[in-house]
Ligand binder design. Structure first.
Ligand code: CA
Ligand code: CA
Ligand code: CA
Length: 332
């Protein structure tokens, strides 16, 4: 059975057909909605099951919506600058992403439908990247070199304002994410050069970091990267909160793992022939999408969160650009 169709569900299938018909008719060109957008017109229902991602398939990096039923992904940005690292807001109405539109990487937000109401969150000559929303939608966490050549973590109000610096050290801190209760941040850091990267977590109130992967992976000289919290199952709130992540052994392939949010119960999800990175969960917590570098190209895959053989998400692709950073529409 094609796992991508299971993700969609029966209602999503019909809705996406409608969405794609609308999108094909819209064309691209000068944005009707905002500087980045293509003026798409579709409803929130039509976004159900869609995977947002970045790709260089049209030469410079752009953002796209993927639906399992469409022949090709739908391009949603049109500028000659590089748009990348996208994610949806928790309510699915907004997209945060990175663009070098003003000459270097900055973090922007725009409407998920239509691309309007563009807001530039950072403005500096340093690298700003990997935005992720807090569960209540009020705050965005990201990494930046604005104060330090080594990446540090910051939060900033999602409506714009002054950033708050969360880390101060002489090593890279990257790819931060909020925990489902909004109280903690998990991220990846390599405190000692040449030693494995670890996934760390800190309570925002105390900001005292602790490693979740020292015993499970660092002890084997394996790096742990790209943490992504699973959505909390409203039907089973007593279940442990889980984190998907990438594990990079010193001399073999990078694969996806899942662990409980306290670092226990780690299990391997994929056994690939490439570099499986940047996992993101489906809204129902059943599937994980990720990108994988293999045979000279990076493409998107989907796998059951319980483990198994991944399926290529974009099996009909004919271009040679890289597809990266997938992110599911957050509403089931
Ligand atoms: Ca672009
Ligand atoms: Ca910048
Ligand atoms: Ca740092």
């Amino acid at each position: 059975m094609d796992v991508s169709h299971r993700v969609m569900g029966v209602t999503g299938v019909a809705l996406v057909l409608v969405a794609m018909a609308l999108l094909q008719g819209c064309g691209t060109g000068e944005s009707a909605g905002g500087i980045f957008g293509a003026g798409l017109s579709l409803s929130a229902d039509e976004l159900s099951g869609v995977v947002l991602f970045a790709s260089t398939r049209d030469f410079n990096s752009e953002l796209y919506y993927y639906s399992p039923l469409a022949e090709d992904p739908v391009r949603i940005t049109t500028l000659s600058s590089n748009e990348s690292q996208p994610c949806f807001s928790p309510d699915g109405t907004r997209i945060a992403f990175v663009s070098d539109y003003d000459g270097d990487d900055e973090i922007y937000i725009m409407d998920a439908i239509g691309g309007g109401n563009v807001l530039q969150l950072t403005e500096n000559t340093a690298l700003d990247g990997r935005p992720r929303w807090s569960p209540d939608g009020s705050t965005i966490v990201y990494h930046s070199t604005v104060d330090n050549q080594w990446l540090e973590l910051y939060t900033i109000p999602a409506t714009g304002g002054e950033p708050t610096r969360l880390t101060t050290n002489d090593y890279p801190d990257s790819s931060p994410v909020f925990s489902p209760d909004g109280a903690s941040i998990a991220w990846s850091a390599r405190p000692v050069s040449g030693q494995p990267a670890e996934i760390w977590v800190m309570d925002l109130a105390t900001r005292t970091p602790r490693s979740l992967t020292a015993a499970t992976h660092s002890a084997n000289n394996e790096s742990a990267l790209f943490p992504a919290y699973a959505p909390v199952d409203g039907n089973h709130p007593e279940d442990p909160v889980r984190i998907a992540y990438s594990v990079q052994p010193p001399d073999t392939n990078t694969d996806l793992w899942v662990m409980n949010a306290d670092g226990t119960g780690a299990y391997r999800v994929t056994d690939t022939h490439g570099g499986a990175t940047r996992p993101a969960w489906s809204a129902d917590g059943q599937f994980i999408v990720f990108d994988m570098f293999s045979s000279g190209i990076t493409t998107l895959y989907i796998v059951s969160a319980g483990g198994g053989a991944p399926a290529e998400l974009l099996s009909k692709r004919q271009t040679e650009g890289s597809d990266t950073s997938p992110f599911f529409y957050p509403i089931p």
